[in-house]
Design a binder for this molecule. Structure first.
Ligand code: ADP
Ligand code: MG
Length: 401
């Protein structure tokens, strides 16, 4: 099973270039690497200076690359399952047009691209699979899909499939029941795949995200929001890379030097404002576009120096931590939820039974309360730029039980 490094960031910041450079560097040091593009706007071939297909091909010693074409995958895999679903829904009395609509699922193509990444990572000879993911918004949606789909499947085809089967047997002929069995099998396999994908994505030893940004205010602000969203999704970010840092002109004089000095000064200020996000690596803005393996290797040495590209920066620690003081009814506890937040993050916190629902800028995370805190009531909460602290005290009605 290969390590999976996902590169994402705003459009045009250099994701493709840095993903390709990382793969090239790994291969050059004798470690087989595959660079995969899941971005429908493929430009990986351009960066590598070659033409790529949907199947991995070796573009340099130990360096493989491909551009996944999600549409091709849809026809193969999903087409069959969709056919099953339609027949089954029609058999269950859902009219054809509704069945058609119910089985058009947004995001299926991307989901299949992700499944293809997983297949390559678990079956190929590569130590590392580097994924050129495309823009942030799409990537966040992509990474949330396995979870969303699992939920969708569960709603459409509840675990109590036997009951449905029984009902079907009552209203329809045996043929329908057999079709239902085939569909249920296909769905179980899909559910298993989704589960495997979720496990892969949530395992920090296997999968991590590298965020690419350029040192500009708006981009930096988006980076913070992305960090928050990924943390809420339980996905590990092990590197933030600022690309296109202009050279410092030193003490040179003249209009060009003055322009560079101002520009660099602004870039440094943006980088300095990016506090609390772990170590930040930087890449210089090069005079020429880094295209082709030699140029990519130069970018990689600027980025990684002599260190191992697989080594991540400082990781964020535990997401949840409980601390407390006092005893019995007078005790007070606090629950720290670590999640990077922006100054203008909109935060909402609600208790739903034994869970806390934390919503940041419209994205929700359910946090299961540790058993001690289930018997407490919330007395307050505070936020800062690295997370939320929720305060509790024992609920007299529950505490003694
Ligand atoms: N450090 C750099 N110096 C000079 N040009 C760069 C650098 N990084 C990227 N580029 C160029 O900028 C353009 C966009 O980069 P790309 O990697 O395709 O971005 P993304 O994948 O994020 O859209 C490409 O033409 C690329 O060659
Ligand atoms: Mg790109």
């Amino acid at each position: 099973m290969s390590r999976v490094l996902l590169f994402t960031g705003k459009g045009g910041v250099g994701k493709t270039t840095l993903a390709a450079a990382t793969g090239a560097r790994l291969a050059a040091s004798g470690r087989k690497a595959l660079v995969v593009s899941t971005d429908p706007a493929h430009s990986l071939g351009d960066a590598l200076g070659t033409t790529l297909g949907a199947k991995p091909s070796e573009v340099d010693g130990g360096l493989y690359a491909c551009q996944i074409d999600p549409r091709g995958l849809v026809d193969d895999a999903w087409g069959e399952l969709r056919g099953h679903l339609r027949t089954m829904l029609a058999g269950a009395g859902v009219d054809e047009i509704d069945a058609e609509e119910l089985t058009v699922l947004p995001g299926v193509e991307e989901l299949l691209a992700l499944a293809e990444v997983q297949r390559l990572a678990s079956s190929g000879p590569w130590e590392t699979v580097v994924v050129d993911c495309g823009p942030t918004a799409e990537t966040l949606r992509l990474l949330a899909l396995p979870e969303a789909f699992a939920g969708y499947l569960e709603r459409l085809f509840p675990t109590h499939r036997r009951v449905v089967r029984g009902l079907l047997a009552g209203v329809a002929g045996t043929g329908t029941v057999e079709k239902w069995d085939a569909t249920a099998d296909a769905l179980s396999r899909l559910a298993e795949h989704l589960e495997a994908l979720r496990t892969m994505l949530a395992d920090p030893a296997r999968t991590s995200v590298r965020l690419v940004l350029t040192p500009e205010r708006v981009v930096a602000a988006e980076t913070r929001r992305t960090l928050t969203a990924l943390a809420l999704q339980g996905i590990h970010v092990d590197g933030v890379i600022a690309n296109r840092l202009v050279p410092s002109p030193g003490s040179a004089r003249g209009a060009a030097a003055s322009w560079l000095r101002t520009r660099r000064h602004e870039q440094d200020a943006v980088l300095a404002s990016l506090t609390g996000i772990g170590t930040l690596k930087t890449v210089d803005h090069r005079a020429a576009e880094p295209v082709g393996i030699p140029a990519l290797l130069e970018v990689a040495s600027g980025l990684y120096g002599t260190s191992d590209p697989l080594e991540g920066g400082a990781s964020s620690g535990q997401m949840l931590e409980v601390s407390g003081s006092g005893r019995g009814h007078d005790a007070s506890y606090s629950l720290r939820i670590s999640v990077p937040l922006a100054d203008d993050s909109e935060l909402d916190l609600a208790r739903v039974g034994d869970e806390l629902a934390l919503t940041v800028d419209g994205r929700r995370k359910l946090v299961a309360l540790p058993s001690l805190l289930k018997r407490c009531i919330v007395t307050g909460a505070e936020m800062d730029d690295s997370g939320v602290t929720v305060r509790f005290r024992p609920d007299p009605a529950l505490w003694m039980r």
